[in-house]
Design a protein around this ligand. Structure first.
Ligand code: DGJ
Length: 744
């Protein structure tokens, strides 16, 4: 008998989870084994158990004689360890006798109309009744390991959120050696029979989010982090894509991990061409002691499928994050236009200098001054004082509260930089509590930027940090905190953990960071938090649960930012991408890009400035005034609209183009960047996307909001999308233009 509730159907031993355009099917084989049957375009057929294995029934039927063949070929939904499946396992448990086999078998299920938060971890949310959750319970009858798999269907967004809980149902101690959050065995070819490829994003400092697509070789391939945070070397994202994937065409399975620490996102191609996808906390440097009755909560994975190319995947993730992950006052509000003093002054500032910047900024329409690194302790360079969160009164007499009230008189809010997770060996905090730093007793720890990492897995350390940071926020009425994190973790040892629990440190560290940020947001619900890690080294969906925006990169060169922001926007909404206009020659690349283009590129993000505004020409100041007006005019559209990537300089080497279309398709903001000029360059015909073909639109230059907009064209959406919009050729490199397209 078939039963459907909250987009989840159960029929015989098969479960189907539907979203608007997709179906996900799993089921039970022989009453025992939970298999993955299908994930793809929406279907209505229930009986597809034949998809649970790669080979015809006869060849892999389960017999006592050939159990290993079955275990090694069955498409498992959540594979265990050591029972004959030699592919990447999702769960490995060590028992008191030293053995590690675990074979979770089906036990039952439940469907509910809500989605519970995950204790201590970020997770997607929805109001009661808005999202259905399927819970499947598994257990290993031989070892008392109990596993619950949770699937929640975000219907409109075409996203399924998955997570796992592992319980010790026995009476002996267990040590979890790996608990991945999701696994999926699927065919290795797309619907046209072409072998799937792997889309990932790699990077380094100032070069985050570099897109890469590779064939999937036989064996294991993937991305990972073992540095204690997400890191900039790779996004934890995995995309399984059709060869030649474009914005509109081809299949893509996208998986993202809502976690900010070590991860392993792996793909394994098997001899039978099946691929196993697995995502979770990296098993290296992870173990967790689970006492009888205790539960371990693994972080959430969100996944989407699109048979309409990458564009649909991006928009699904954007909607999911904007509606069901980002929280707080700024979830739906414009963020203040800020000016950050980092590239303006570095460590060399005082109240007077900041106020001069503030006055000029106010005159140009900027709304908040952010005091970056260097306002505390004896911090005149980056060798000292992290952990001593008391104001340097030589620079800021009377403290941040004096600066704050003077800013208020000018009409600006105050934002402040912290790096709470760190301590300088040259600090009062370190001298008082050397055991609060993560390091191995008797071994000189590796420093990075001359700093050590605080053991925020400890409650006493978190208590200190919470009161230090919140005292400053309260005293100086701080509206915004930039939470930085400038090194990876090494020399792992926590003075607060017994030897058998040292393997828990990295996960406990991440839980500690989440706990601290949650406490701050609870104490200061109006606070705008921006996470940062040497640029984008902790840009992940986990952090978005706490901060609606994340600093995307220390590379503020607009040309570099086109590429970085294109990569980031493949996964994250524009409203979350920290983007500022900075000075030229750019401090990272030495490149010169016109001021107007720098503004246009930063508008596709949170928008702000990072330069000494007191040293700009009148011409540049006038441009800032225009840009801040543009921000107010178009930010609602940019924050809330659907993102369409139209052309990429990464592909064509010459120009870049993207647009944001309102949900009701009544307006669009189009950004075109003429990146490299060449003689005899033709006019470009840009085929707009996302408009309503039947609607008629007026296209204007969005350049000067003060003047009557110049009408460029009037046409139906179908004309603009199919025949295209002519962009006249421009002279010079890095030139850009914004078009506003409005229904008439
Ligand atoms: C790294 C950040 O990414 C920068 O924006 C800046 O805040 C510096 N840290 C300050 O030390």
């Amino acid at each position: 008998m078939k039963r459907t509730q909250f987009n989840i159907s159960v029929s015989e031993d098969t479960f189907r989870i539907d979203t608007k355009n997709t179906s996900y099917m799993l089921g039970v084989r022989d009453g025992l084994f939970l298999g993955h049957f299908y994930y793809g375009p929406r279907i209505i057929e229930d009986d597809i158990t034949y998809r649970s294995a790669f080979a015809p029934e006869g060849r892999i039927s389960r017999t006592d004689r050939e159990m290993v063949i079955f275990m090694d070929g069955f498409r498992f939904e959540y594979p265990g360890w050591g029972a004959g499946d030699s592919r990447e396992g999702a769960l490995k448990v060590q028992y008191e006798d030293g053995t590690t086999r675990v074979c979770p078998l089906f036990r039952g299920y439940e469907i509910s109309s809500s989605k519970a938060p995950v204790p201590g971890l970020p997770s997607t949310y929805a109001a009661e009744g808005d999202v259905g959750t399927l819970r499947i319970d598994l257990a290993d009858p031989d070892t008392d390991v109990e596993v619950s798999l949770f699937y929640s269907a975000f219907y409109e967004e075409d996203v399924i959120a998955r997570r796992v809980e592992v319980r010790n149902g026995g009476d002996g101690k267990m040590v979890l050696q790996r608990v991945l959050s999701a696994a999926m065995d699927m065919p290795g070819r797309d619907m046209q029979g072409r072998p799937f490829e792997l889309l990932t994003f790699h990077g380094t400092w100032a070069r985050e989010f570099t897109r890469q697509i590779d064939p999937i070789p036989f064996g294991r391939i993937g991305v990972s982090s073992i540095c204690g945070k997400t890191g900039n070397r790779a996004q934890s994202f995995l995309g399984i894509v059709s060869p030649g994937i474009t914005q509109e065409e081809g299949e893509v399975y996208g998986l993202q991990f809502l976690y900010s620490g070590n991860f392993s996102s792996m793909v394994e191609k098997c001899p039978n061409e099946d691929i196993r996808v697995s995502v979770g906390i990296h098993p290296e440097e992870f173990s967790w002691v689970l006492m009888p009755g205790e539960t371990f909560y693994a972080p959430e994975v969100v996944m989407t499928y699109s048979d309409h190319g990458l564009g649909r995947m991006s928009r699904s993730f954007h909607d999911l994050y904007r509606r069901h992950l980002i929280r707080g006052k700024y979830k739906e509000q414009k963020r203040p236009i800020l000016i950050n003093n980092w590239e303006a002054t570095y460590f060399d500032f005082n109240t007077e200098k900041l106020l001069r910047i503030a006055r000029q900024a106010k005159d140009c329409g900027i709304e908040m001054l952010v005091v970056d690194d260097g306002w505390f302790g004896k911090r005149n360079d980056d060798n000292t004082s992290l952990g001593d969160w008391t104001v340097n009164e030589e620079k800021l007499p009377g403290g941040l509260s004096v600066l704050s009230s003077k800013l208020k008189e000018i009409g600006l809010k105050l934002g402040v930089w912290f790096e709470p997770e760190m301590v300088s060996p040259d600090s009062d905090l370190y001298r008082a509590h050397p055991d609060w730093a993560i390091m191995i007793p008797g071994i000189e720890p590796s420093r990075s930027r001359n700093q050590l990492v605080l053991d925020v897995s400890r409650e006493d350390v978190r208590d200190y940090l919470f009161s230090a940071v919140s005292d400053i926020i309260r005293e100086a009425d701080v509206a915004y905190v930039k939470w930085d994190m400038n090194r990876q973790l090494s020399d792992l040892y926590s003075a607060a953990l017994p030897a058998e629990r040292q393997g828990e440190l990295l996960h406990r560290f991440v839980l500690g960071v989440y706990d601290l940020q949650e406490r701050l947001l609870t104490a200061f619900p109006d606070l705008l938090l921006e996470n940062c890690s040497s640029g984008g080294a902790r840009f992940d969906p986990g952090m978005l649960y706490y901060s609606p925006q994340i600093w995307t990169s220390d590379d503020t060169d607009a040309y570099e930012r086109i590429r970085i922001q294109e990569g980031a926007a493949t996964l994250y909404p524009l409203s979350s991408l920290g983007a500022h206009v900075s000075i030229c020659p750019n401090h990272v690349t030495g490149r010169n890009v016109p001021f107007m283009t720098r503004g246009h590129v930063a508008l596709a993000g949170t928008f702000g400035y990072e330069l000494d505004i007191t040293k700009l020409s009148e011409e540049d100041l006038t441009e800032i005034k225009r840009q801040t007006v543009l921000f107010h005019r178009y930010n609602d559209l940019i924050r809330n609209g659907d993102y369409y990537r139209i052309a990429s300089v990464r592909d064509n080497g010459a120009y870049d183009c993207y647009g944001v279309v309102s949900k009701d398709k009544s307006e669009m903001l189009l950004t075109f960047i003429h990146v490299i000029n060449r003689p005899c360059t033709p006019n470009r015909f840009i085929h707009l996307k996302g408009l309503d073909g039947e609607k008629r639109y007026r296209v204007t230059w969005a350049e000067d909001p003060e003047e009557q907009p110049e009408v460029v064209a009037e046409a139906y959406g179908s004309t603009l999308m199919n025949a295209g919009l002519t962009i006249p050729c421009m002279n010079g490199d890095f030139r850009s233009v914004l078009y506003y397209i409005e229904e008439i």
